[in-house]
Ligand binder design. Structure first.
Ligand code: HEM
Ligand SMILES: *[C@@H]1O[C@H](CO)[C@@H](O)[C@H](O)[C@H]1NC(C)=O
Ligand SMILES: CC(=O)N[C@H]1CO[C@H](CO)[C@@H](O)[C@@H]1O
Length: 542
């Protein structure tokens, strides 16, 4: 399942590298004159002092090296900081921008008049198409708007139904994961857990990958309606195919010599196969659900009020209820699974990476949730744990699951900073230029978070100064494309943190290496999150 181990050392980092180098750019003329002068005054961009003024290979080399050393995030942060937050540079001869200035990032993502000038870029739309279609993750303009407005209302806030699903899978976790003090990798466990939870929530049946990791049968009974349980081996096959397809469409392995040779000689037959596995898994789920859905419809014609037999909570049924095409529904589901799974794994992994090394923080959480006396929290109770909330905000600050991202200018436009000799004036951004941004770096800016910005200190969120939140804080990014799963993500993270603290009396740190980035589709810990768990006597499941 873990393809990363076999790949060339810096291969997983390539999406971010591509972002920095804007390899995904369409043809952009170097220092192209803007076609329509804007009413604002702009200084010329402040250029990186390239040693190679034609292609900018000097930057390429430095970045490749930082990626090789798993220091891309800190390297770019330091570099851009030296240039007052924004730099214009050459990426294989094309003009590109990199910024960690919150004013620029807000203008690009959230400014009403500006954000429409920036899109995902044509190459991403093309490369991602085989897996994501023209889903929410891979479309701009009217198509994106259509997906966004359909998905927003059906991705409801987490309520009692979602909590019940979380609980089911956390019970499984507690049942199958060794709690005798032996070392386990929580990141791997969370990777399985988040897939099991999201398939359960979105499809109504869970992949049950987590128990099969430990050679244990699943316990949930699918949709409880006699439909075939899509668990165990089939779930694992889907998980492996989905992971591989995500990597392949993102082009990660194209940057390794072995990957390229392989593709040249044999084509990517594994991608074809993976895509087929993913698509048929989802197709089958939709097929089953729609049969049940129509049966329910027929029933409820006889007895109104009995609609959907309670399955109305499942996202897939809600989408069927909207009478959308199967194709549309399939891509919505695939896009949602991709959006939620890796980012959630990263988030939960980071929470425990911190907790196992900070007994003081863990003790405070334990004290706060002791009112529950080992019982699962209700929606209401969970929302009241303010210390827990601060801990999670602080984890998202120092370890943002989506640490860097990119947009492409789709028109000649401008950004408020990056021009003039000191980089502090507005500057033109020509059509086709890519603009990369690092949330990781923004989250560590002392101007916004104080001189101890690099430290994990949840209490900072209680300071009035940081209330309302600083402009530089955007773990879910900002503007019209801001994360749609934010509420669900926070609820699942909080709920599972509470339950795991209750389940385990001690969580011993077994990480020996310092934290290093593992960049892939999202950012996680390269060495995993290693802990030794000891079950609590208070809260053992029956
Ligand atoms: C801690 C966990 C998560 C983090 C940090 C996160 C972060 C993000 C970020 C930064 C974006 C914006 C990407 C961009 O602007 O290019 C995004 C988009 C999105 N996220 Fe999340 N996400 C998380 C969990 C989830 C979950 C659980 C779901 C699904 C239920 C989800 C669904 C989405 C969707 C659908 C979009 C696309 C929105 C659009 O383009 O209009 N996310 N997420
Ligand atoms: C950053 O800004 C300061 C003051 O505005 C200026 O003196 C300095 O030269 C700038 N640094 C760079 C690298 O442009
Ligand atoms: C490189 C990267 O960060 N990839 C994705 C991680 O997950 C989020 C959504 O949760 C996507 O928006 C990113 O594109």
């Amino acid at each position: 399942m873990d393809v990363d181990n076999s790949s060339f050392l810096w291969a997983p980092s390539v999406p971010l590298l591509a972002i920095f180098l804007s390899i995904t750019l369409p043809k952009t003329q170097f220092q192209r004159k803007p076609s329509s002068p804007s009413p604002h005054t702009h200084a010329p961009p402040r250029w990186y002092p390239h040693k190679d003024p034609i292609l900018g290979l000097d930057v390429l080399f430095d970045i490749a090296q930082s990626v090789y050393n798993h220091k891309f995030l800190t390297f770019t942060a330091d570099l851009i900081n030296r240039f007052n937050g924004t730099i214009t540079y050459l990426s294989l001869g094309r003009q590109a921008v990199y910024t960690i200035d919150p004013a620029n990032v807000h203008a690009m993502l959230a400014d009403r008049t500006r954000c429409q000038d920036f899109g995902l870029g044509p190459t991403r739309r093309k490369n991602w198409k085989p897996l994501f279609g023209s889903g929410i993750f891979n479309s701009d303009g009217a198509v994106w708007k259509h997906h966004r407005s359909t998905l927003r209302p059906v991705l409801s806030r987490a309520g009692p139904h979602e909590f019940e699903v979380f609980e089911t899978h956390l019970q499984t976790l507690m049942r199958v994961v060794p709690a005798d003090g032996s070392t386990v990798d929580l990141q791997r466990i969370f990777d399985a857990l988040t897939l099991d939870v999201s398939t359960h929530l979105f499809l109504g049946t869970s992949t049950e990958v987590l128990p099969s990791l430990f050679g244990s049968p699943g316990t949930t009974d699918g949709d409880g309606n006699g439909n075939r349980n899509r668990n165990g081996a089939q779930g694992q096959e889907f998980a492996a195919a989905f992971n591989y397809a995500q990597r392949a469409v993102s082009g990660i392995d194209d940057f390794t010599l072995s990957g390229l040779c392989w593709k040249f000689l044999f084509g990517d037959s594994r991608l074809e196969q993976s895509l087929q596995t993913v698509h048929s898994f989802i197709d089958e789920a939709i097929e089953q659900a729609s049969e049940t859905f129509h049966a329910d419809r027929a029933d409820s014609a006889d007895s109104p009020g009995h609609q959907l037999n309670g399955r109305g909570q499942v996202l897939l049924y809600k989408l069927l209820n909207e009478a959308r095409s199967r194709e549309d529904i399939k891509y919505d589901i695939i896009n949602l699974l991709a959006a939620g799974k890796d980012s959630m794994t990263s988030f939960m992994g980071s929470i425990w990476y911190v907790l196992c090394q900070r007994p003081d923080v863990l003790d405070n959480v334990r004290a706060e949730i002791s009112v529950l006396q080992g019982q699962p929290p209700t929606v209401e109770q969970l929302s009241k744990f303010s210390y827990l909330h601060m801990v999670l905000q602080e984890v998202l600050r120092l370890y943002p699951p989506v640490p860097a991202n990119q947009r492409t200018a789709e028109a000649d436009t401008f950004l408020p900073r990056g021009g003039g000799p000191d980089g502090k004036s507005a500057m033109l951004v020509p059509r086709g230029a890519s603009v990369g941004y690092s949330v990781y770096a923004m989250h560590r800016l002392p101007e916004f978070f104080g001189p101890d910005a690099d430290e994990f200190r949840p209490e900072r969120w209680a300071d009035v100064l940081l209330n309302p939140r600083p402009k530089a804080y955007m773990p879910f990014h900002a503007g019209p494309r801001t994360c749609l799963g934010q509420n669900l993500a926070m609820s699942l993270a909080k709920y599972s943190t509470v339950r795991l603290v209750q389940f385990y009396q001690s969580v011993e740190n077994r990480n020996v290496e310092p934290w290093e980035e593992k960049l892939g589709l999202n950012c996680s810990s390269r060495h995993g999150v290693l802990v030794g768990l000891t079950a609590s006597s208070q809260c053992v499941s029956s």
